[in-house]
Design a protein around this ligand. Structure first.
Ligand SMILES: [Zn+2]
Length: 220
């Protein structure tokens, strides 16, 4: 898995959103969020190098509808079509697709429960499971690789700043239920959407527990 921080207009003090390229021979791209052309080009160079090695892109995924989580996926899709004659779907939850209508054309819906069969650098296959985790937004998705223990939380838990739960999209009850579910996963490493220095966070259970506690107490 490659964490590829992209400069975005995210919530300060964070300055970047973590885009994740998961897998090698078979891979997915999650949250290709860059708007700036030079930022996009850095990501495209990486993806081009994968395609040049005959690695297969399964999907370009948008975890949720917020502006700091999309921006380059349609350009990437067009680029892969024009340069390599590949037709790669842009995927998201149906509710995210509804919210992004007119901005991003979502061609594949993920409801949660889907499994992407991917390969690591040693051609060992692993499964990336899609988790439906509403609360931050109605259509929020996270991604879990049980074999290696990676949980790509998107904005359920962030490394820098705080998670906004705001109407009409946010729902605190759903958010807490999603956190509770994540807390009980057998994950070893937590991969967050925004962070100042590192994207891997250990001690997931305590992190999520403290997040649940603070939200229940009304602290944001
Ligand atoms: Zn968000």
């Amino acid at each position: 898995m490659i964490c590829f921080p992209l400069k975005t207009e995210t919530l300060p003090p964070a300055t970047h959103t973590n885009c994740f390229v998961v897998g090698r021979d078979n891979f997915v791209v999650i949250d290709a969020a860059a708007r700036d052309d030079s930022e996009r080009q850095k990501l495209f160079v990486l993806i081009d190098s994968f395609i040049a090695k005959d690695f297969v892109c399964r999907a370009i995924i948008v975890s949720h509808q917020h502006e700091d989580h999309f921006g380059a996926e349609t350009v990437l899709q067009k680029r892969l079509r024009g340069k390599f004659d590949l037709e790669i779907p842009v995927a998201a939850h149906r509710l995210t697709a509804e919210s992004l209508r007119g901005k991003v054309k979502i061609g594949e819906f993920l409801a949660g429960g889907e499994v992407f069969q991917l390969n690591d650098g040693n051609r060992k296959s692993f499964e990336l499971k899609v988790l439906y985790t509403p609360g931050h937004t109605r259509g929020h998705l996270a991604f879990y690789d049980e074999a290696f223990g990676f949980l790509l939380s998107s904005e359920n838990v962030v490394g820098t700043g705080s998670v906004l739960i705001a109407l009409p999209e946010g729902n605190m009850k759903d958010y807490l239920a999603s956190l509770e579910r994540l807390k009980n996963l057998r994950n070893r490493v937590f991969c967050v959407a925004r962070t100042a220095r590192r994207f891997l966070m250990r001690g997931v259970k305590s992190k999520v527990t403290s997040r649940i506690d603070s939200k229940e107490k009304g602290k944001f």
